[in-house]
Design a protein around this ligand. Structure first.
Ligand SMILES: [Zn+2]
Length: 122
């Protein structure tokens, strides 16, 4: 599995096999629950306390890009005929995709700044 695939599938950065999250993205009560360590290679998923605070910036970037994209598409199709309609078109998908952007942000944070190197022997 390549690095990008491992990030999208929220797999361990070291072995790219173990899952980072315990539950499915669709589990509204538990989508954010992470394993403390990798089930396959035992690498620690929290390199330091508060490590995932930085994931907020990834989340901000993902959501901003999504809102701008939806805003442009909405404007191209309907123009700005109604502020409420535009807000609904832009915000509804962003809210529905919160579990995915949350998990993707954490995976990006761990893969890019976790200081964990991929080991293909595992
Ligand atoms: Zn692992």
């Amino acid at each position: 599995m390549g690095r990008l695939e491992a990030i999208v599938k929220t797999r361990c950065p070291r072995c790219r096999k173990g899952k980072m999250f315990k539950n499915s993205s669709y589990d509204l009560g538990g989508f954010s629950k992470m394993y403390k360590t990798c089930e396959v290679c035992q690498v620690d998923f929290e390199p330091e306390p508060g490590f995932y605070v930085g994931a907020m910036y990834f989340s901000y970037g993902i959501n901003t890009a999504l809102m701008i994209g939806l805003g442009v598409v909405s404007y191209a199709i309907w123009g700005f005929d109604s502020l409420l309609k535009t807000m609904a078109i832009v915000l509804t998908p962003v809210i529905l995709l919160v579990p995915l952007s949350f998990r993707l942000s954490r995976a990006l944070m761990l893969h890019l700044f976790g200081g964990i190197r991929f080991n293909r022997e595992l």
